[in-house]
Design a protein around this ligand. Structure first.
Ligand code: NAP
Ligand code: ZN
Ligand code: ZN
Length: 354
């Protein structure tokens, strides 16, 4: 018997999110039922709710930066109990048998593809999955993370479930550490976590922003230097000096201006997924210094747990502005304008209060 849940949904790309009632499955033997305490607001939520990418299924309940409390577990779940604090990120299932799943890289599942926390095909209930802008969720144990941060930090932990892992994973994959000069482009939800994590990994970190007003914040977040990317002179001073650049920008822009900043053999990894394509990169910028342009998608489940534990060890959380659920449309508009420092997080308490 499914049971009632409530949240906020977009019913079309043109209409604001509105209160929405729906059903969650009862926990099966491998499931964990979770009361959602906080859910971060990722730019991907906005891209999806407004159908900026193809394929949004309506009604759409976004949200994949979930921190909550376990309320019940299925009979085969031995290592979680009611009362435990847990997280759920961008995925709630995958095929588990393909090469990527076996490697712990479920985000690249080439069997069925991973099941998104929202806008995925719901393997149990049918229809499509509904995400974390809601009071509760039921998720397979294998896709539930343990949260070990202090209780007072939980709102600021929620963004780690997407913004944290999406920046941690490429920084690890490209082996960023002491002796590396690393650029982080775009100081939004992802970028501000990228700065904190790259600094904790021991790299020299330079933040690139289009917003001169974010300069002091970038230094406070851990950047050694800040470059206003619209300033040609400041950009030229950084030419050929970076080992790695993490580009989190949510809009189409000229990539060559950043490719030029890489050393020979340097890599720029794109994690931003703009609604319209970037202008084609100049091939000369790549071939003459054997530079690489790459992409990266969130991170695997085991790596997400590793990231959460790394952030706890280094005292890292997101800088957040906590909002009530009924302020979500205002938050989307402000995120679109770049007016967020540096992640909105929805406190779900008003939803549970009815
Ligand atoms: P966000 O909080 O809105 O931050 C994006 C930042 O990009 C802005 O704060 C701004 O920083 C910069 N920016 C925005 N528009 C720009 C423009 N026209 N020109 C130059 N810079 C601009 O978004 P987010 O949540 O961090 O997400 C960033 C992107 O990553 C989105 O496209 C999202 O869908 C994608 N994403 C990808 C993955 C993945 O797995 N690959 C996971 C999560 C999100 P400044 O003010 O500092 O310039
Ligand atoms: Zn996200
Ligand atoms: Zn798979």
């Amino acid at each position: 018997m499914p049971s009632a849940a409530s949240g906020y949904a977009a019913h079309s790309a043109q209409t604001p999110l509105a209160p929405f009632s729906f059903e969650r499955r009862d926990p099966g033997p491998r499931d964990v039922a979770i009361d959602i305490l906080f859910c971060g607001v990722c730019h991907s939520d906005l891209h999806t709710a407004r159908s900026e990418w193809d394929g949004t299924l309506f009604p759409c309940v976004p949200g994949h930066e979930i921190v909550g409390r376990v309320t019940a577990v299925g009979g085969e779940v031995a290592d979680l109990s009611p009362g435990d604090t847990v997280g759920v990120g961008c995925m709630v299932d995958s095929c588990r048998t393909c090469a990527s799943c076996r490697d712990g890289e479920e985000q690249y599942c080439e069997g069925t593809g991973f099941v998104g926390t929202y806008n995925g095909d719901d393997p149990v209930m049918g229809g499509h999955t509904l995400g974390g802008y809601s009071d509760r969720i039921v998720v397979d144990r294998d896709f539930v993370l343990r949260v070990r941060h202090d209780e007072a930090d939980l709102a600021a932990v929620a963004p780690l479930l997407c913004a944290g892992i999406t920046t941690y994973s490429p920084l690890r994959h490209w082996k960023v550490g002491p002796g590396h000069k690393v650029g982080v482009v775009g100081l939004g939800g992802l970028g501000h976590m990228g700065v904190k994590i790259a600094r904790a990994m021991g790299a020299e970190v330079v933040a690139f922003t289009t917003s001169p007003g974010k300069r002091d914040d970038a230094l406070r977040l851990g950047a050694h230097d800040v470059v206003v990317s619209k300033d040609a002179e400041q950009m030229a001073a950084q030419a050929n000096s970076f080992d790695f650049i993490l580009n989190t920008v949510a809009a189409s822009h000229d990539l060559d201006r950043f490719m030029r900043l890489l050393k020979r053999d340097g890599t720029m990894t794109l994690v931003g997924v703009p609604a319209t394509p970037h202008p084609s990169p100049a091939i000369g910028e790549l071939v003459f210094r054997r530079r690489q342009l790459a992409g990266s998608l969130i991170g695997g489940i085991a790596e997400t747990q590793e990231m959460l534990d790394f952030c706890r060890e280094y005292g890292l959380t997101a800088d957040v502005e906590v909002i009530a659920p009924d302020r979500i449309n205002e938050a989307f508009d402000r995120m679109e304008r770049g007016d967020v420092k540096y992640r909105f997080v929805i406190d779900m308490a008003p939803l549970r209060a009815g």
